[in-house]
Design a protein around this ligand. Sequence first.
Ligand SMILES: NC(=O)c1ccc[n+]([C@@H]2O[C@H](COP(=O)([O-])OP(=O)(O)OC[C@H]3O[C@@H](n4cnc5c(N)ncnc54)[C@H](OP(=O)(O)O)[C@@H]3O)[C@@H](O)[C@H]2O)c1
Length: 250
Amino acid sequence: MSKIEARVALVTGGTRGIGESISRGLARDGAKVVAVCNSHRDHAMEFAEKVKAEEGYDIDIRQGNVGNPADCQRIVDEIAADYGRLDYLVNNAGIVRDRTAVKMQLLDFDQVMKVNLYGPFFMAKAALPHFFDAGFGRIVNISSFVGETGRVGQANYAASKSGLFGLTKTLALETAGKGITVNCVIPGAIETEMSGSLPPEILQAVIDMVPMKAMGTGDDIAAAVRFFCSDEAKYVTGALLPVAGGLLMM
Ligand SMILES: NC(=O)c1ccc[n+]([C@@H]2O[C@H](COP(=O)([O-])OP(=O)(O)OC[C@H]3O[C@@H](n4cnc5c(N)ncnc54)[C@H](OP(=O)(O)O)[C@@H]3O)[C@@H](O)[C@H]2O)c1
């Protein structure tokens, strides 16, 4: 894939887990990465220092809640003021608040929808005017296989993640032919800190579900994001791409 020098990338939740791999991958491709954290600013600053020490890239950290439209607008405005451009928006931040539907509190449903679905909408709404002005832009939404399959205890999470399919396709239609693409990556079971702390039998049950009999990595997801952001992917929009070891066949 071609170098993407001078492009500016906004990665929500870009400071840990899958988001860390996306931030590192886009920075390696030559983009200036602005990673958004929310409640763990100290961790985010340590991450930026680690990347600088290990790879030599400066990752710019901004703090804000993607579930708050004012925060999304502020972050995009700051990037436009500081860099004079915004090229890529990667909506990766996501949370879970698991309970079966009968026990789920309205707040659990509300918070998950706010971060996982409203957040990408708020961010896209703030970023799109810049993309239209520039005649270029890339939006990549990070969904989950659970948005396709559903999962016990995750009514809120599954609804938010399948909501991203409709959001992706609609934004793709509204921006088609204007140099802007909107696509969605659907991760399967991915190795993260969280999966590392699962009991071995649960982890094995997850692996057994996957046709490839292995979990994916953050770098597997980052590779798909990097493709969607690349100039080579200019004719790809409204796509939902499972990166799931065969767990989903669309
Ligand atoms: N891990 C998997 O197996 C898997 C599978 C399918 C899909 N996914 C999806 O992939 C994405 C990343 O997952 P992950 O496991 O890497 O997540 P993670 O390790 O839990 O990290 C979540 C990131 O999102 C940020 N964040 C949380 N709430 C936020 C908010 N309100 N505003 C802004 N940032 C916020 C966090 O920042 P702070 O720490 O600073 O709060 C953190 O950087 C999520 O959308 C998830 O649903 C993951």
